[in-house]
Design a protein around this ligand. Structure first.
Ligand SMILES: NC(=O)c1ccc[n+]([C@@H]2O[C@H](COP(=O)([O-])OP(=O)(O)OC[C@H]3O[C@@H](n4cnc5c(N)ncnc54)[C@H](O)[C@@H]3O)[C@@H](O)[C@H]2O)c1
Ligand SMILES: O=C(O)C(=O)C[C@@H](O)[C@H](O)[C@H](O)COP(=O)(O)O
Ligand SMILES: [Zn+2]
Length: 353
């Protein structure tokens, strides 16, 4: 078992192993003393893994109940969140109860936000089941739901009590969503670790022998950033590379383009605009395009630049008439730059080509 400790406002461990699912109860018991556990999952993951998690929680002495919602980004809404909160109240949960998020990033974000706000906060254990949630969403405490107007617009920073990663669960993850997760993995290489980026030039595949090592490296990069800037006042913005336009692409597609594909395209568009402005060498931009395409991502968008610009105005890095954009100089070298909105409009136009 590999353990990455995160020293945040609420410190916790991220455990990475191949067979922790049947130990979720015992591992939860080590960090949460309550008597009731509430498992949140979705309609794809629950039939595969909910019984095992429930059994393990019962064995550890928890009274258990669950809330299962329709899988997919379309469920990451205030409506599902409200239904989840009602189910928690009906189950008689108290402030000492523990929410177990069993699923991908959609489940993790929604259940994390439910835990952050139920009775003003109860325990939360993240059990990520997609590659994206293992490397990114389960760690660092960003929780949220979407509004029709945009991504993650209602949420809270709320660190979990533990993150339990069982890499064997990725065996059932559909190919499309494995690829989605690869976009965030490539993001880590692009912003902070050229060696990781080079390793990924040979595309990751399901059951890849490098997977555990790659997950650990991503979690370590996120740990370093979150420990330095938990509430995203500065360096944490780097984790948003590709997201300002990525989230705009998700919004413009009515959330039909999934997060990883949108972020991958967002990274490519930013690299193109950086290259046009001489901020990033043409060879670095080409290197990013080549790798993204080798994973099956598109480096172009069908949406026009004014629609993307409009959608991007609800980005959380905007302050009044300016917006902070994450740019790259080369692989592993990202930085933030504040652009006034007129500059940003031209930037998006360059990015779209
Ligand atoms: N909080 C954060 O820091 C953060 C970071 C990155 C992304 N996100 C958010 O995460 C979400 C995307 O996460 P995602 O890609 O995991 O999407 P997801 O949760 O929708 O999961 C993808 C699909 O795979 C299925 N699935 C998950 N694990 C499975 C498994 N082991 N076996 C079979 N099917 C499985 C799900 O049911 C779903 O259909 C987005 O909403 C994004 O905004 C949040
Ligand atoms: O943890 C972070 O910080 C991130 O930005 C990680 C992103 O991959 C993630 O998609 C996040 O939810 C985006 O956050 P938002 O604040 O732009 O909604
Ligand atoms: Zn993301």
């Amino acid at each position: 078992m590999s353990i990455v400790h995160i020293e945040a406002s609420r410190p916790y461990d991220v455990l990475i192993d191949e067979c922790t699912l049947d130990e979720v109860g015992e591992l939860t018991r080590r960090v949460s003393g309550g008597d009731a556990a509430f498992v949140v999952s979705d309609t794809h993951v629950a039939p595969l893994y909910l019984d095992r998690v429930t059994e393990s929680l019962l064995e550890a002495g928890y009274r258990t109940s669950s809330f299962v919602f329709e899988a997919g980004e379309a469920s990451k809404t205030l409506q599902t969140y409200a239904a989840c909160q009602s189910a928690m109240a009906e189950a008689g949960l108290t402030r000492s109860s523990v929410v177990v998020a069993l699923g991908g990033g959609v489940v993790g974000d929604l259940a994390g936000f439910a835990a952050a706000t139920y009775m003003r906060g109860c325990s939360c254990i993240q059990v990520p089941t997609s590659l994206l949630s293992c490397v990114d969403s389960s760690v660092g405490g960003k929780t949220a739901v979407d509004l029709p107007e945009g991504k993650n617009l209602v949420g809270a920073f709320f660190q979990p009590d533990a993150v339990l990663i069982d890499t064997s669960l990725l065996e059932t993850l559909p190919h499309h969503f494995f690829t989605d997760g690869c976009a965030e993995v490539l993001k880590y290489g692009a912003i902070a670790d050229e060696d990781l980026f080079s390793l990924l030039e040979k595309p990751l595949v399901a059951r890849d022998s490098r997977l555990k090592e790659v997950i650990r490296r991503c979690v370590e990069i996120k740990r370093d950033i979150v420990q330095e800037d938990e509430f995203e006042q500065g360096r944490r913005q780097l984790l948003n590379f590709g997201h300002t336009l990525g989230h705009a692409i998700e919004r413009c597609s009515n959330f039909e383009i999934t997060h990883g594909y949108a972020v991958a395209c967002g990274m490519a568009l930013v690299a193109r605009a950086c290259s046009i402005r001489g901020l990033c060498g043409e060879s670095s931009a080409d290197r990013l395009f080549t790798v993204l395409r080798s994973y099956g991502f598109s480096c172009e968008t069908d949406f026009d630049s004014s629609s993307l610009y409009q959608a991007a105005l609800l980005d959380k890095k905007r302050k009044g008439d300016s917006i902070s954009v994450v740019l790259v100089r080369g692989m592993g070298k990202a930085f933030c730059k504040s652009l006034d909105l007129e500059e940003f409009r031209r930037f998006v136009a360059d990015a779209c080509g």
